[in-house]
Design a protein around this ligand. Structure first.
Ligand code: NCD
Length: 314
C-alpha cells in the first residue's frame, strides 16, 4: 500500500488499513510536531496552501506541518488579494499552483471544488474543506484524538451533535467511524439533520441511524461527544439560521450526567456551543485535538510527498 502521490478528496479515498497506518505514523510524529526531534523528508518540497474560505487551525497546522518536515509553503490566505478577485477560474488558479508547487491544499466554499482541482492538477490535492462537502484531514485528527484517549475506535459510542446538514467535518467523520465499527448517535435541530446522501451511504454500510433529540439522553451513554458549530455562512436564508441559533449548549450541567471518561471534541471554532467552564474539566479534549492536527498532517504529507515518485505512479 502506498499513498505516494495520491489525492485526498474524501475520507472514502482511504481504506481502513491506510487510515490505520496514518494514525500510527501520526503518533510517531508527535515529538517532531512538538519540536523535540527533527525530521526533514520534505526538503526541497513546496506545498501550496490555497484557502478561499476563512481558516485558522487548518491552514496554520498544515503550514506548521510542512515547516516541521523541512518543506516550504506558498499561501493564498485571502481570496480578496489573489486573482480570483479579478475573475480567475478555480481551474486556472490550480493550473498555476500545480506548476509552482509539489502539492496543493485547497479550501473552497463550493462542494466538489477539490475533486475538480484534482482533475486539473498533476500534483496531489488535499481537500481542506469543500463547502458543505467533506473535510477528510479533520477526520484523521478527530480519529487520532479518540484513539489516543481510548486506544481503539471500535465499539465507541460517539454522539455527533449540532449542524449535521452543513457540517462537512461530520460528513467525513461519520463515514470513517462506521468503517471502524463505532456506534453513532446523531443529535441535531430537526432542520439540520444529516443529508440524505450521507445517510444513505451509512445505511449502505450497515449503520443503523440512531437519532436522539434530547441532549441529556444523548450524553448519558456517550464515550465521545463531537460538538459542531452551526454553519451560519452556509444558510441560504438568515431567518432559517436565527431559528436554530443557540439551540444547544454544552456546559458542566449537561455533562453532570456523563460517563467520567467521556471526551468532548469540537473541530473549532466554537461559537457558544461549549461553555468556557468545560475547558477546565477532564472531558475537554478539543485543544489536544487541535494540537494533533500537526502530527496528523505531517504523517499525511510525508506519506504523499516524502520520496521521489509523482502522482499516478504509486
Ligand atoms: C471546521 C471547518 O472548517 O469545517 N473547522 C476546522 O477545519 N477546524 C468546522 C467549522 O468551521 O465549524
Amino acid at each position: 500500500m502506498s499513498l505516494h502521490g495520491r489525492d485526498v478528496i474524501s475520507i472514502r479515498d482511504l481504506t481502513r488499513p491506510e487510515i490505520e497506518e496514518l494514525l500510527d505514523s501520526a503518533r510517531r510524529m508527535i515529538p517532531y510536531a512538538e519540536g523535540k526531534k527533527v525530521t526533514h523528508p520534505l526538503t526541497d518540497k513546496i506545498v501550496a496552501m490555497a484557502f478561499f474560505e476563512p481558516s485558522t487551525r487548518t491552514r496554520l497546522s498544515f503550514e506548521s506541518a510542512v515547516h516541521r518536515l523541512g518543506g516550504e509553503c506558498i499561501t493564498i490566505a485571502d481570496p480578496l488579494v489573489s486573482s480570483v478577485r479579478k475573475g480567475e477560474s478555480l481551474s486556472d488558479t490550480v493550473h498555476m499552483l500545480t506548476s509552482y508547487s509539489d502539492a496543493i491544499v485547497l479550501r473552497h466554499p463550493n462542494e466538489g471544488s477539490a475533486r475538480l482541482a484534482a482533475r486539473v492538477s498533476e500534483k496531489p490535492v488535499i481537500n481542506a474543506g469543500d463547502g458543505a462537502g467533506q473535510h477528510p484531514t479533520q477526520t484523521l485528527l478527530d480519529l487520532a484524538t479518540m484513539k489516543e484517549a481510548f486506544g481503539t475506535l471500535s465499539g465507541l459510542r460517539v454522539v455527533l451533535l449540532g449542524d449535521l446538514k452543513y457540517g462537512r467535518t461530520v460528513h467525513s467523520l461519520a463515514y470513517a467511524l462506521a468503517l471502524f465499527g463505532a456506534e453513532l448517535v446523531f443529535s441535531s435541530p430537526s432542520t439540520l439533520r444529516l443529508p440524505d446522501e450521507v445517510r444513505d451511504q451509512l445505511e449502505h454500510m450497515g449503520v443503523r441511524i440512531h437519532e436522539e433529540d434530547q441532549l441529556h439522553r444523548a450524553v448519558r451513554d456517550a464515550d465521545v461527544l463531537y460538538v459542531t458549530r452551526i454553519q451560519k455562512e452556509r444558510f441560504p436564508d438568515e431567518a432559517e439560521y436565527l431559528k436554530v441559533a443557540g439551540s444547544y449548549r454544552i456546559d458542566n450541567g449537561v455533562l453532570a450526567g456523563a460517563k467520567s471518561r467521556l471526551i468532548v471534541l469540537h473541530p473549532l471554532p466554537r461559537a457558544g456551543e461549549i461553555a468556557a467552564e468545560v475547558d477546565a474539566t477532564s472531558h475537554a479534549a478539543y485543544f489536544r485535538q487541535a494540537f494533533l492536527a500537526v502530527p496528523v498532517r505531517m504523517a499525511l504529507l510525508a506519506a504523499l510527498l516524502g520520496g521521489p515518485k509523482s502522482k499516478g505512479r504509486s
